[in-house]
Design a protein around this ligand. Structure first.
Ligand SMILES: NC(=O)C1=CN([C@@H]2O[C@H](COP(=O)(O)OP(=O)(O)OC[C@H]3O[C@@H](n4cnc5c(N)ncnc54)[C@H](OP(=O)(O)O)[C@@H]3O)[C@@H](O)[C@H]2O)[C@@H](O)CC1
Ligand SMILES: [K+]
Length: 506
């Protein structure tokens, strides 16, 4: 994905921005011409001239298609325009665009795709109002089967811009050129997969303060949490860098908590202590060097341990074992003032009575459910929400804390703030134990005093970067070890940006 503006707009939000532009002297027709030209530029920058088939639909997406046809034709490309709905007349700017096209407009037929070296999908844009049916659905299936590269205008036909799932048959594009701002469908899975590479083109809509609700999310990026991970003042020492407690599972399932503990250290926590059932102390001691170990017998003893090590954050859940004792430990930890990260078993153990857990969470706590855990904690919320962003936002409101709704498109939400959507996850992260590392990274940042929303956002991004660096074949235990390189690169980039800003400012 090319870096684009960091705000993600709703479909209606982009429409309103469009109207705002009209009020500032950039008519919808000018926007359509600029949009079409930006698609032509994206195509000619990537492909050599070849037979291009442009499928135009009944609305303004089709209008863009005509502008593209003119632009490619002017550049000497052989172009064939195919009209998808012969009985629907274009209106408004799409009509104007169609009038500007002097070449033939072909009807849809069995030969529409023959000889295609490139396909431009200008069938439906953000005006899709129902699933494509009949000839339109058959055409989309044929485009996907034909093998030529496909460029989608604004959004692949069949995707609803606000949703994460296709609405019936959808075009599988190699490149999507969208305008002004990304929409949820460009980022949320599985819609994201239909977009291919995404270019977000500036079509000259003037900057403005969008009305409440038009910005539905922000791309999770280091600029959103400029102070984290902290580099630390020269005179800092380990007690100033926070003390993280991590709960170990029983003797035969200790690895997950160890990965979380090591990740906490790598995230910069000054001291990390594993609070472990006595039966697991030895196995933990055998494997840990920098992480300290303290045994506890029962809930009271666990709290004594938290107090004794003066913990500034805690991570509970990785392979902790679903038991009544775990429930009690979680609720007890939430009675202490420190921020708590709840992951894995610490969430699943409350699946019979999620309300009990939700009633104890505070705004500095972080929960990290994947889709299955999310459904158990917030039954039906995913299915009834417009998309994953809205589901995460509603869950955060209900829980009163930070929610990291994990996945290839993790969403980080907190009450009262615009959610953040993460885009640097690698498929290589889909392996056992990566979530434990993420919980530890969040805990390590929280322990140092990072605000919970930023701690969660920074940890998800760092985790994604680690996945990208290690690539396929990675195992979870390696993620924490690449943190120093990632953090140093990030610090270097920030220093360069600061110098640049100072030079430009001065
Ligand atoms: N906003 C901006 O900044 C800019 C926007 N621009 C462009 O405008 C596009 C949005 O245009 P748009 O609103 O005209 O919608 P679009 O998707 O072309 O078509 C709607 C038509 O399709 C029809 N239809 C829908 N579903 C159907 C189905 N399943 N099967 C059959 N028909 C179906 C629907 O019919 P109806 O639902 O009314 O029956 C209506 O006739 C946007 O994506 C971008 O490309 C740029 O030009 C410049 C700047
Ligand atoms: K399209």
């Amino acid at each position: 994905m090319t870096p684009g503006p960091a705000e993600i707009f709703s479909v209606d939000g982009v429409r309103r921005a469009d109207r705002h532009a009209s009020g500032h002297g950039r008519s919808a027709w000018v926007l359509m011409q600029t949009a079409g030209r930006s698609v032509v530029d994206a195509i000619t920058a990537r492909w050599s001239p070849r037979q291009t088939v442009i499928f135009v639909g009944p609305g303004n997406n089709g209008g863009d298609g005509f502008v593209i046809a003119n632009g490619l034709s002017d550049a000497g490309w052989p172009v064939r325009v195919v009209r998808v709905f012969p009985d629907r007349n274009w209106t408004g700017d799409a009509h104007v665009a169609a009038q500007h096209w002097a070449g033939p407009v072909n009807g849809l037929g069995p030969d529409s795709l023959s000889g295609a070296g490139l396909i431009v999908d200008a069938i439906f844009g953000t005006g899709l109002s129902r699933s494509p049916e009949g000839e339109a659905a058959e055409l989309i299936a044929a485009i996907n089967a034909c093998g030529a590269p496909v460029v989608a205008v604004d959004i692949p036909s069949g995707l609803n811009g606000d949703r994460g799932e296709p609405q019936g048959e959808a075009v599988e594009a190699d490149l999507t050129v969208t305008f002004h701002r990304l929409r949820p469908a460009h980022l949320l899975q599985p819609s994201r997969q239909f977009c291919g590479k995404i270019v977000c083109a500036d079509i000259g809509i003037p900057d403005h303060d969008p009305p409440e609700g038009d910005v539905v999310a922000r791309l999770n990026h280091p600029a959103l949490w400029p102070d984290w991970p902290e580099t630390g003042a020269a005179d800092t020492h380990k007690h100033r860098k926070g003390r993280l407690a991590v709960l170990s599972g029983p003797a035969k399932s200790t690895g997950a908590a160890r990965m979380a503990a090591v990740a906490g250290l790598r995230a910069g926590a000054g001291l990390v202590t594993m609070l472990t059932p006595p039966g697991a102390a030895l196995v933990n001691a055998n494997h840990l060097t920098e992480v300290m170990i303290r045994s506890f017998r029962d809930v009271e003893d666990f709290l004594t341990g938290l107090d004794a090590i003066r913990a500034t954050a805690a991570v509970l859940g990785p392979a902790a074992g679903k038991s009544d004792a775990l429930k009690q430990i979680v609720i007890a930890a939430l009675s202490r003032p420190l921020p708590v990260v709840l992951d894995g078993d610490a969430l699943s153990v409350f699946c019979d009575d999620p309300g009990h857990l939700l009633g104890h969470l505070r705004d500095h706590d972080v929960i990290t459910p994947h889709a299955g855990e999310f459904e158990r904690l917030f039954p039906g919320l995913s299915g009834t929400s417009l998309n994953k962003i809205e589901a995460a936002r509603a869950a955060a409101d209900r829980a009163g804390c930070v929610v990291v709704f994990k996945g290839a498109d993790s969403v980080i939400a907190v009450p009262g703030r615009t959610p953040r959507i993460n885009t640097n996850a690698s498929p290589a992260l889909a392996t056992a134990g990566t979530g434990d590392t993420l919980a530890g990274l969040i805990g390590g940042l929280l322990a140092q005093g990072a605000p919970a929303f930023d701690a969660a956002s920074a940890a998800v991004w760092l985790h994604g970067e680690a996945g990208l660096r290690l690539g396929s074949g990675l195992i979870a235990g390696e993620l924490a070890d690449v943190m120093p390189a990632i953090m140093q690169d990030l610090a270097r980039r920030r220093r360069i940006a600061a110098v640049r800003a100072a030079l430009i400012g001065g």
